[in-house]
Design a binder for this molecule. Structure first.
Ligand code: DGJ
Length: 750
C-alpha cells in the first residue's frame, strides 16, 4: 500500500495489491479524477484526458482562449456549482452576498499513516498505522475563503477507498452549506447496471438492478433514518457482472439519517456518482473558523463479481467498523418474547419461557417491549423507563436473577429516542420533541421523537439509560426506533439553524450511543428500527448487530437476508425462528426451513417455546445443538451467495470457516414444481486441491408431507475434491413439497 504524489505531473496515486485510485491536479488547480479500478503499478495516462471544443460547455476565464477546456467535460474529483460544470454537484454553498458559486483549486496535501477519526461521526478505522494510509487534499476558494479537505484512505489488504470531506469557513462571515457530499466519482462511460436495495417495513432490502439511464437517478431517504424504503448503498456493475465474476463498484455510506445517492449519465455518456447527506430540508450554518465534517463513504472495487464485493464489505465491517468486546465474539442464541407474548406477559410467563429455553440449550432471554410505565399496548409510556411492577413485581433485577438462575443471560428492549404523548416524560417536557411551534404534529405509532439535537435531552437519556442498564444484570440490549420524522424542527435552534435539526439529531444519537456503549462494554447491543429500518454502517459502528426485519417468515427472509448480505456480514444480522402460521404473512413453513434460514444470521427464536409440539421441541433442541457446532463458521466465516431468490424459485448460500476447514451449505426450494429440473448446486471458494468430507446432511424426507428434520443422505461420509464440488457440484434430491431446505456440512480432510 502506498500513496504517491508526482510533483511534475501533479498526479496522486493510491495503490495496494488489488486497486489503484488516481487523480491529477490540472492546470488552473482543478482536481481531476483519472482512474479507480484494478491495480496499475504506475499510471502514466494511456487513457489520456481528451480535450475538445464542445458546444455550450464554457471555459473558466483563465482558459477563455482555449475552447477545448471546460469543467463540463472533464472527470472531476469534487466539482462545484456555478463555474461551468452543469452536472450534479457534490458541493453547494450560499455566501453572505447571496451567491452560491464556489471555485475550488488545489492548495496542498498531506499523507498520513493510518486513518484519523471523524469527529462525532462513525467511520471505519485502521488497526494500526501500517494498516492504512490517508491522503488529505486541500482545495481552496480564494474569493470566498472556504477550504475543502478531501480525505482518501486506502487499506493495506482490502480493495477499499474510504472518502469524506470537511468544509472549513476561513472567511470572517457565516456561510450556509446547502449540500456537501462525502463522495463524488466520475466514470468515463456509463456501461453499468445500478444495484440498489429498496423495501418497506417488514420487506427490507430487495435487490433492484437496472441499467444507468441518460438522466439523474436518485436513491434517498428523507425520513430521518436510513430507512426500510431505500438503503444508503449502491453498486455499479458491468452488465455482464454476476455473483462470481465481473467488475463492480460498491458504495456504502456510513450514516443513519437522511441521505441521497445520485447518478447522472451526462451528455457525453460519462457517469457521475454523488453520495452524501440528503440536501432536501438540509442546510448548515458555518460561522467563521468552523468546519463541517461529512459522513464517510466506503468504496469497494472488485473485478470478481458481487460475492467478492460483499466479502470485502463483510471483512471491512467486521474487523474495521464494528467495535467493542463483541467485535469478534460469537453471539448467543436468544429467545425473544415479542412474538411469544407481545404486551401480555408477567414475571411467571417470562420465567417459564426462560425455563423452556434453558431445556432446549438457548443462551439468552430477551424481554421485549412492555416492561415499563403503563405500557400494555403501543399507545403509551415511551419515555417512562421505570418498571411496571404489576407485571414484574420483583423488578428487572428480580426477573433477571431468575432467568440467570436458569442458566440464561438476560437482555432488555428499549426505545429511548421516543416519547409517547401519554407519558410522564411528555407531561414534564413537551418541548423535548422534534416539532415546529404553531404546527400540530403528526404521530406515528402514537409516539413523538425526542429532539436529540439538544444536549440536555442527550444528557438526560444517557443518565436515564445508565440507571436502567445498571439496575439489573443485563447482558444484551435491543435498541428500537419505531417512527420516522415529521415537522422537523427544534425548540432550541434559531431560525437560521432549523434545517440542521435532522443531522444534529444523528450527531446527538451517535454521541449517546458512544457514551453508553463505552460505559457498558459488556452489553451486547442490537439495534432495531421496526426491524431493519436503520440497518446501516453508521449504527453498526456502535451496535454490532441489527434486527434484520420484523418479518420472520422464512421465505420472505430469503430475500431480505440475501439483499442485506450485499453489504452486511451475517454476524450483524439478527435472524429468528417464529411460529406458523407466520404472524406477518400467514405462511406455514417447515421448522427446519425456518431454522436453516435463521442460521444465516445471529440465530434465535421468537415464539412461545412452551406451546411447541413435542416433535417441534425436539427439532428446536437439535437445531440449537447444530447451530452451536456451526456457529463460528456461520458468524465469522466467509459467506457466499450461491442462488438468488430474486432470480428463481430457490435460494442457496454457504459459509466457509476462517480456517477453511468447515463448510456449511444451505439450499432452499420455495415452491415445489412438477417435472422440475434436477438442481446441481456448485459450491464456491473451496480449496481446489483439498478433499472435503460430507459429514452431515439435513434434508426433508422424500415424498413426505410431514417434514421430518432427520439427517440422512447417501452422500454422508463420502469425500470429494474441492475442484469437483465447485465445478461439477452436488445433486440436490428431488423435493416434493413447498418450502423445503437442505443443509450439508463438509469438513476438509487433513
Ligand atoms: C419493533 C421491533 O422490530 C419488534 O421486534 C419489537 O421489538 C417491537 N418493535 C416492540 O414494540
Amino acid at each position: 500500500m502506498n500513496i504517491t504524489f508526482d510533483k511534475v505531473t501533479g498526479q496522486f496515486q493510491l495503490n495496494n495489491d488489488r486497486i489503484s485510485y488516481v487523480m491529477q491536479v490540472l492546470n488552473g488547480g482543478y482536481l481531476a479524477h483519472l482512474y479507480f479500478g484494478s491495480k496499475i503499478s504506475r499510471y502514466r495516462g494511456s487513457a489520456a484526458l481528451s480535450y475538445y471544443d464542445r458546444g455550450f460547455s464554457p471555459q473558466p476565464y483563465d482558459f477563455r482562449h482555449d475552447r477545448t477546456f471546460s469543467l463540463d467535460t472533464q472527470p472531476l474529483e469534487y466539482s462545484t456549482y456555478g463555474i461551468g460544470d452543469y452536472r450534479i454537484t457534490p458541493l453547494h454553498i450560499q455566501y453572505k452576498n447571496g451567491s452560491t458559486i464556489t471555485d475550488l483549486r488545489y492548495k496542498g496535501h498531506k499523507i498520513i499513516a493510518g486513518k484519523p477519526e471523524l469527529t462525532g461521526l462513525p467511520a471505519t478505522y485502521a488497526l494500526s498505522d501500517e494498516d492504512a494510509q490517508t491522503l488529505e487534499i486541500e482545495l481552496v476558494d480564494e474569493t470566498e475563503k472556504v477550504n475543502v479537505f478531501l480525505s482518501y484512505t486506502i487499506f493495506h489488504t482490502l480493495p477499499v477507498i474510504c472518502r469524506s470531506s470537511r468544509i472549513l469557513n476561513n472567511s470572517d462571515k457565516a456561510i450556509r452549506i446547502l449540500k456537501a457530499d462525502s463522495l463524488s466519482l466520475d466514470f468515463r462511460d456509463h456501461d453499468f447496471d445500478m444495484l440498489t436495495l429498496y423495501g418497506a417495513h417488514a420487506n427490507e432490502r430487495n435487490l433492484c438492478r437496472q441499467p444507468l439511464q441518460h438522466s439523474i437517478q436518485t436513491v434517498a431517504s428523507n425520513r430521518g433514518a436510513s430507512s426500510h424504503q431505500q438503503s444508503p448503498f449502491i453498486a455499479l456493475a458491468k452488465p455482464q457482472t454476476n455473483e462470481q465474476q465481473g467488475e463492480v463498484y460498491g458504495f456504502s455510506l456510513v450514516y443513519s439519517g437522511n441521505f441521497a445517492i445520485q447518478t447522472e449519465v451526462d451528455q457525453f455518456g460519462c457517469t457521475r456518482l454523488n453520495i452524501g447527506l440528503n440536501p432536501l430540508d438540509f442546510s448548515w450554518q458555518l460561522t467563521s473558523g468552523q468546519s463541517f465534517q461529512t459522513p464517510e463513504t466506503v468504496s469497494v472495487y472488485s473485478a470478481e463479481g458481487l460475492n467478492d464485493m460483499s466479502h470485502t464489505f463483510h471483512q471491512l465491517y467486521r474487523t474495521r467498523l464494528i467495535r467493542g468486546s463483541y467485535k469478534e465474539k460469537l453471539r448467543p442464541i436468544l429467545v425473544n418474547n415479542w412474538e411469544a407474548t407481545y404486551f401480555d406477559f408477567n414475571e411467571a410467563k417470562i420465567d417459564q419461557l426462560a425455563s423452556d429455553a434453558a431445556d432446549l440449550g438457548i443462551e439468552l432471554l430477551v424481554l421485549d417491549d412492555g416492561w415499563f410505565g403503563q405500557r400494555n399496548d403501543d399507545n403509551t409510556s415511551l419515555g417512562d423507563w421505570f418498571v411496571n411492577t404489576a407485571k414484574l413485581p420483583d423488578g428487572l433485577k428480580g426477573l433477571a436473577e431468575k432467568v440467570i438462575a436458569r442458566g440464561l443471560k438476560f437482555g432488555l428492549w428499549v426505545e429511548p429516542e421516543m416519547v409517547s404523548e401519554a407519558s410522564e416524560l411528555y407531561k414534564a417536557h413537551a418541548d423535548w420533541c422534534i416539532q415546529v411551534a404553531g404546527h400540530s404534529f403528526t404521530e406515528g405509532r402514537h409516539q413523538l421523537i425526542l429532539d436529540l439535537s439538544r444536549q440536555d435531552v442527550c444528557d438526560y437519556l444517557v443518565d436515564t439509560l445508565s440507571s436502567v442498564f445498571s439496575s439489573a444484570p443485563i447482558s444484551y440490549v435491543k435498541w428500537d426506533m419505531n417512527r420516522h420524522m415529521t415537522e422537523i424542527g427544534s425548540a432550541q435552534l434559531p431560525p437560521e439553524r432549523q434545517r440542521e435539526t435532522a443531522h444534529r439529531y444523528m450527531l446527538g444519537l451517535y454521541q449517546i450511543m458512544d457514551k453508553l456503549t463505552a460505559k457498558f462494554p459488556d452489553i451486547l447491543f442490537e439495534s432495531c428500527s421496526g426491524g431493519g429500518g436503520r440497518f446501516d454502517a453508521g449504527i453498526l459502528y456502535y451496535m454490532p448487530q441489527t434486527w434484520t426485519s420484523d418479518n420472520t417468515d422464512a421465505i420472505c427472509r430469503l430475500k431480505i437476508q440475501h439483499g442485506t448480505s450485499l453489504v452486511f456480514p451475517p454476524i450483524s444480522m439478527g435472524a429468528h425462528v417464529s411460529v406458523i402460521p407466520n404472524h406477518q404473512v400467514g405462511r406455514s413453513t417447515p421448522m427446519q426451513t425456518r431454522a436453516f434460514t435463521a442460521m444465516a444470521g445471529t440465530f434465535g427464536y421468537e415464539l412461545d417455546l412452551g406451546k411447541l409440539s413435542t416433535a417441534d421441541k425436539a427439532a428446536v433442541k437439535e437445531h440449537v445443538a447444530l447451530y452451536k457446532k456451526i456457529r463460528p463458521t456461520c458468524q465469522l466465516g466467509t459467506y457466499t451467495r450461491l442462488l438468488s431468490p430474486f432470480e428463481s424459485n430457490e435460494s442457496a448460500w454457504q459459509a466457509i470457516s476462517t480456517d477453511g476447514n468447515q463448510v456449511v451449505v444451505t439450499y432452499c426450494k420455495i415452491l415445489a414444481e412438477p417435472a422440475s429440473q434436477i438442481r446441481i448446486l456448485k459450491l464456491a471458494g473451496l480449496d481446489s486441491n483439498a478433499e472435503y468430507k460430507i459429514t452431515d446432511c439435513y434434508k426433508p424426507k422424500r415424498l413426505s408431507l410431514v417434514y421430518a428434520d432427520e439427517p440422512g443422505s447417501n452422500l454422508i461420509g463420502q469425500s470429494f475434491g474441492g475442484d469437483e464440488l465447485m465445478n461439477a457440484g452436488i445433486t440436490i434430491d428431488r423435493i416434493d413439497a413447498d418450502f423445503i431446505s437442505t443443509m450439508w456440512i463438509l469438513e476438509k480432510v487433513k
